[in-house]
Design a protein around this ligand. Structure first.
Ligand SMILES: Cc1cc2nc3c(=O)[nH]c(=O)nc-3n(C[C@H](O)[C@H](O)[C@H](O)COP(=O)(O)O)c2cc1C
Length: 208
């Protein structure tokens, strides 16, 4: 059975485009074989930001306070969800040219030295290997080409964070031009849904 982790991060509730698209992918994957799906919605239930009290525990120091122990327990839970997934799906809205701060907070809890990556004499090495990832990006503007491409601080950052943990088999699906009028938005969303269905079909061997 294929295990799938779906991380949503939109702050826009039911009107979220990225959440709608992760839902479309979930539907498409569920129809293709036995799958176990874990949903983690850090947009609806945010992962707290790191603080002076919680950061040391996340960085390997003993957890000395209740808040530190809670942060460490949450971090362990998020990492367990990640490590047990064969396929990681991330719903990633663009807010102010980057990822949602809730998604960044998820990464802040998931990137842990010695657990999801390590440093050696050869440099950094990712420890979350043998998985696929699909990142669904929703954006008002157009960044995959054209004059705004250099303003995209979202996709390169996501690619770096995932690759740092060893996740380098990543497909990016973009719903862009969402603010370029209803027709452009509808066409972009329909194109993303098609691409997601195609990717879901490609995951069939995983789900067998
Ligand atoms: C706080 C906020 C900031 C945004 N910043 C950008 C931006 O910098 N560039 C852009 O193209 N769209 C921006 N948008 C538009 C969103 O990318 C767009 O609405 C997209 O659908 C968000 O995904 P969601 O619907 O899943 O929330 C922003 C939206 C919000 C709510």
């Amino acid at each position: 059975m294929t295990s799938i982790l779906i991380v949503d991060s939109a702050a826009t509730g039911d009107s979220s485009v990225s959440r709608r698209l992760t839902g479309e992918l979930e539907k498409a994957l569920s129809g293709r074989g036995p799958v176990r799906i874990v949903r983690r919605d850090v947009g609806a239930v945010p992962v707290p930001h790191l603080t002076a009290e919680t950061t040391p525990a996340i960085r390997g120091a003993p957890a000395e306070t209740g808040a530190a122990r809670e942060a460490l327990a949450l971090s362990d839970e998020l990492i367990a969800e990640l490590k047990s997934a064969d396929l990681v799906v991330i719903g990633a809205p663009m807010y102010n040219f980057g990822m949602a701060s809730t998604l960044k907070a998820w990464f802040d809890h998931v990137l842990r030295a010695g657990i999801t990556f390590r440093y050696s004499e050869a440099g950094p090495e990712g420890l979350v290997r043998g998985k696929k990832a699909i990142v669904i990006e929703s954006r008002a503007g157009l960044y995959s080409s054209g004059p705004s491409a250099p303003m995209d601080s979202q996709e390169p950052h996501l690619r770096t964070l995932l690759a740092f943990m060893g996740l380098d088999d990543v497909a990016f699906v973009r719903a862009e031009r969402l603010a370029f009028g209803p027709e452009a938005a509808a066409a972009s969303i329909a194109g993303a849904v098609d691409e997601l269905r195609r990717l879901a079909a490609g995951e069939l061997p995983l789900a067998a």
